[in-house]
Write a protein that binds this ligand. Structure first.
Ligand SMILES: Nc1nc2c(ncn2[C@@H]2O[C@H](COP(=O)(O)OP(=O)(O)OP(=O)(O)O)[C@@H](O)[C@H]2O)c(=O)[nH]1
Ligand SMILES: [Mg+2]
Length: 326
C-alpha cells in the first residue's frame, strides 16, 4: 500500500518555533540539571538553552522516499544521511535535494550501525533520529527538542499513547512489540509504552555513556553484528535506563512508509530485540553490583553515583498508557 504525504509541514525550524508555540519559561542561558536521574551529568555537563540540532537519518534504498521526505524537513543545523550501501539513487537524490547534507557511508550492515556512524558525524547539541521512509512526521520535532531543553536526556517517541498512533505497524508487529515491551519493562523496572520506535532525540553528550558498538571495525561478510541491527532502539533504551538518564516519552503519530517495503524481519529481528533485553538485563545486574561496591566507572571517566532504575518519566502525560521508569 503506498501513501503520499500531501499535507505541508506545519513548522519550518526546530529552533525558532519553541518560543511562540512552546514557551520554555525562565530558562537561563546555560542549563544544568538537578534531577536525580541525571545525577551523573549534574555539574559536569552544561547545556545550551538554544541548542543546535542535527537530524540523523539512516537510509537504505530509499531514493524515491527521499524525494518527498527531504523537502519536507525543517532547516536544522545539520542533516546527516547515513547510506546503507544502497543500490539505488539514494546518495544522488540526497545530494541533489540537499547539497548541504552530511553524507556518511556506514562501516558495517544494519540500522544500528548506521545510527552509530551518524552519531559520530553529528555536530549538533541535540540529535534527532528520523527514518527516511516518510513514516516520521518532522512537524513533531519541536516536541522532542522541547522535552530535551526542559530537562530530559533522552526523548523517546511512542506510538502507543492516547495522543499517538501508527498507520505503519501491522497487527503482528504491534503484538510482538507489546510482548517485548512487557519483558523489557519487567527486566528494567520501567513502564515504557513503546520499545522499538525509530523516532527519538537525545543530547549528543550522552552518547559516550551508551557505549554503542564501535564503528571502526569494518564488516566481514553480510552478517549483521549484535547491536548493529534493528535492536538499536532497544539497546539505547536499556543503556539510558541502566546509566540512570532522564527519559521523556513523546507521543508520535507514525505515518505509513511512502513506497517500498520495510527491511525489518518480524521474527528474526524480534528475536534480536529479545536477546538485547536479556543481555542488557544481565549487564545491568553486573553493573549494579559494581555500583554497590563503589567500583562503577563510566566510559566518560566519571565515577558513577546513580543507582539503577532511577530514570524518571517526565512526559506530557502520565496516565496508564504513558511510559517511563518507575
Ligand atoms: N543505513 C541504513 N539504513 C537502514 C538499514 N536498514 C534500515 N534502514 C533505514 O532505517 C529506517 C527504518 O527502516 P524500515 O525498513 O522502514 O523499518 P521499520 O519497519 O520502519 O522499522 P523501525 O522504524 O526501525 O521500527 C529506514 O529509513 C531504512 O531505510 C541499514 O542497514 N542501513
Ligand atoms: Mg519504516
Amino acid at each position: 500500500m503506498h501513501a503520499t504525504h500531501d499535507e505541508p509541514a506545519q513548522w519550518s525550524s526546530p529552533l525558532r518555533p519553541l518560543e511562540p508555540q512552546h514557551p520554555v519559561p525562565n530558562l537561563p542561558e546555560q542549563v544544568t540539571y538537578d534531577r536525580p536521574a541525571s545525577a551523573l551529568l549534574t555539574g559536569v555537563v552544561r547545556r545550551s538553552a538554544d541548542p543546535t540540532i542535527s537530524i540523523v537519518m539512516p537510509a537504505r534504498n530509499e531514493a524515491r522516499n527521499l524525494e518527498i521526505v527531504l523537502p519536507e524537513l525543517p532547516q536544522v543545523d545539520q542533516l546527516v544521511l547515513v547510506d546503507g550501501h544502497s543500490v539505488d539513487d539514494t546518495v544522488a537524490v540526497a545530494k541533489r535535494i540537499r547539497p548541504d547534507i552530511t553524507l556518511v557511508q556506514q562501516t558495517r550492515n544494519g540500522k544500528g550501525n548506521a545510527l552509530a556512524c551518524g552519531f559520530a558525524a553529528a555536530k549538533g547539541d541535540i540529535i534527532v533520529t528520523l527514518d527516511a521512509d516518510g513514516s516520521a512526521n518532522p512537524a513533531e520535532i519541536p516536541a522532542f527538542v522541547e522535552a530535551l531543553v526542559s530537562g530530559a536526556d533522552f526523548a523517546k517517541g511512542t506510538r502507543f499513547h492516547r495522543r499517538a498512533g501508527s498507520a505503519d505497524i501491522t497487527r503482528l508487529r504491534r503484538a510482538g512489540n507489546a510482548c517485548l515491551r512487557g519483558v523489557a519493562n519487567f527486566a528494567l523496572r520501567t513502564r515504557f509504552s513503546d520499545l522499538c520506535y525509530g523516532y527519538n532525540a537525545l543530547w549528543r553528550d550522552i552518547i559516550p555513556l551508551l557505549q554503542l558498538p564501535p564503528i571502526d571495525n569494518v564488516a566481514t561478510g553480510n552478517r549483521v553484528q549484535w547491536g548493529d541491527g534493528f535492536e538499536i532502539e532497544t539497546l539505547i533504551t536499556c543503556r539510558v535506563v541502566t546509566v540512570g538518564l532522564a527519559t521523556t516519552e513523546i507521543p508520535s503519530r507514525e505515518r505509513s512508509r511512502i513506497v517500498g517495503e520495510t527491511q525489518l524481519r518480524t521474527f528474526s529481528d524480534g528475536a534480536r530485540v529479545l536477546r538485547t533485553i536479556t543481555t542488557e538485563w544481565h549487564r545491568s545486574m553486573h553493573e549494579m553490583k559494581a555500583v554497590r561496591k563503589g567500583r562503577h566507572c563510566l566510559p566518560s571517566g566519571l565515577i558513577g553515583v546513580a543507582t539503577l532504575g532511577e530514570a524518571s518519566l517526565c512526559g506530557p502525560e502520565t496516565g496508564p498508557e504513558a511510559g517511563g521508569t518507575r
